[in-house]
Design a protein around this ligand. Structure first.
Ligand SMILES: *Cc1c(COP(=O)(O)O)cnc(C)c1O
Length: 230
């Protein structure tokens, strides 16, 4: 077995165990293999080993890879999306995890309209840490903005995403994940048309098990599958 295949098996096993601890079925959690900076050859190895979802954080890098690999897999955009790159996303991604402002949502909606693109699936990124550097809606701002975003045509809001601060002990971010789930619940209870809160994108190599225990439906795992990035 290749190293990537062995790593993938180990991650899948850990997902199954975390799911079992939380009384969830492993099938309710989708593994997004984060392939930023990873070569096409190594991504192909991962696909051969069974990866079906790939995550990239840059539009340009994803374009180059999708051109070669095509879309027998689902591609996820997990990094910040600049407004001048929005026009490229329609042919590339199955899910945008990182919509972090009303202006960006409006731009995606406008571009989709212009292209006659039916609907694009997205998650709203929430900023839950003290760190100034991370992007995303503050929870209160999201609760104010959600109806306005829901009214934009061509968008399907499927849920929320967060990137917690990196803390040495994964236990320390448990409350961040719990807060994201509570926020999704709060939004779900409003019953807004066009907004399902079915997806929670949270958890990376370092903390995906805690995220699964707290309800993650999408975990974004790079290093634990592909090894450390250069
Ligand atoms: C790079 C990245 C990941 C994967 O991080 P690992 O620690 O390598 O698993 C997940 N989510 C986002 C948004 C990323 O940029």
């Amino acid at each position: 077995m290749s190293e990537i295949a062995a790593n993938l098996r180990a991650v899948q096993e850990r997902i199954a165990q975390a799911a079992a601890r939380a009384g969830r079925t492993p099938g309710s959690i989708r593994l997004v293999a984060v392939s930023k900076t990873v070569s096409v050859a190594r991504i192909q190895e991962a696909i051969a080993a069974g990866v079906r979802d790939l995550g990239e954080n840059r539009v340009q890098e994803a374009r180059e890879k999708v051109e070669i690999l095509g879309r027998p897999v689902r591609w996820h955009l997990i990094g910040h999306l600049q407004r001048n790159k929005v026009r490229y996303i329609f042919q590339l991604f199955d899910l945008i995890h990182s919509v972090d402002s009303i202006e960006l949502a409006q731009e995606i909606s406008r571009e989709a309209e212009k292209r006659g693109h039916p609907e694009i699936d997205l998650l709203l990124q929430v900023h839950l840490s003290e760190e100034e550097t991370k992007s995303g809606f503050e929870p209160e701002a999201l609760l104010r903005a959600i109806e306005e975003i829901a009214r934009l045509p061509h968008l399907r809001v499927q849920g929320l995403m967060t990137i917690p601060p990196y803390l040495p002990e994964p236990e320390e971010v448990r409350l961040c994940f719990r807060r994201l789930k509570q926020l999704a619940e709060e939004i779900r209870q409003r019953g807004i048309p066009g907004v399902s809160m079915d997806e929670l994108s949270m958890g990376m190599s370092h903390d995906f098990e805690v995220a699964i225990e707290e309800g993650a439906t999408l975990v974004r795992v790079g290093t634990a599958i592909f090894g450390a990035r250069a």
